[in-house]
Design a protein around this ligand. Structure first.
Ligand SMILES: [Zn+2]
Length: 265
């Protein structure tokens, strides 16, 4: 099993003390390649540094998460533009809208999102998108920009079947995390994850967040890490009614095509 974790926040401070061991364990569980999420200007610099230090294993995204939209200024915009042109940076994002916590005001989020859509369009970069409790505004904006960008993944999809249909109609990819393993808030995903076409489905941990609640034994530290992607893949496979090898092979091929990774053999 060869898996690609398309969303790992490996720049997070919780990985600092045992970073190499985390990559090692991932490798041992079939997760040989990871896309490090950039969610702020500094975080995107860090993600790129990690990718450069681990060629062939790590790649990066560059973007500003809606939580940090208040920090999005002209200097950030210019720097993201530079970062996005680095060969190790494979997508623009994480960007999007999050009305669940509103750490940044909505109008500020919309503004930062649209500026990043413009960068992706200008540079022809795929988008790595985040949407929570903001589907209406999000899909309206995405609809206006979708044909100007080559590809877009709605990462950590947690929304309804209707939202999923909207994204698939816009020819978006969908990232599924261990959220699906959460019986309190993710079980609805189990009912329609099989409706995502194999060439649009990618899988991710969103580590260190979202430790799958069905992993046994649960690690005492509660930190999620890329090695658990295998467990997520198996859970998704069961819900799709297919062997885990099939889910693995298809999601890997989809991630290779989406992020332009060299094909594994
Ligand atoms: Zn996110």
């Amino acid at each position: 099993m060869q898996l690609v974790d398309i969303g790992a926040n490996l720049g997070h401070e919780s990985f600092r003390h045992d970073f190499d061991a985390v990559l090692q364990r991932a490798q041992e569980h079939g997760v040989g390649r990871m896309i490090v999420t950039g969610a702020s200007r500094e975080g995107s610099e860090h993600a790129l540094a990690l990718a450069r230090a681990h060629p062939g294993v790590l790649w990066a995204t560059a973007g500003v998460h809606p939580h940090h939209a208040v920090d999005y200024d002209d200097a950030t915009d210019a720097r993201l533009r530079e970062l996005a042109q680095d060969p190790a940076v494979r997508a623009l994002g994480e960007t999007g809208l999050d009305y669940n916590r509103n750490y940044s005001p909505r109008d500020v989020q919309l503004h930062a999102f649209e500026r990043q859509l413009a960068i992706a369009a200008e540079l022809g970069k795929p988008l790595f998108l985040h949407q929570r409790d903001a589907h209406g505004d999000f899909v309206a904006l995405l609809r206006r920009w979708r044909d100007k960008v080559p590809a877009a993944v709605v990462h950590c999809f947690t929304d309804s079947r209707e939202a999923l249909c909207d994204y698939l109609a816009l020819d978006c990819h969908v990232g599924i995390t261990g959220w699906i393993c959460d019986e309190r808030r993710g079980s609805h995903l189990r009912e329609f994850v099989r409706e995502i076409p194999a060439n649009r489905l990618m899988i991710e941990t969103d580590a260190p967040y979202l430790l799958p609640r069905t992993v046994r034994p649960q690690p005492s530290h509660r930190r999620n890490e890329p090695m658990y992607l295998r467990h997520i893949c198996e859970e998704i496979a069961r819900d799709r009614g297919e062997p885990a090898d099939v889910t693995a092979a298809n999601s890997t091929a989809t991630a290779e095509a989406f992020f332009g990774l060299p094909r594994a053999d």
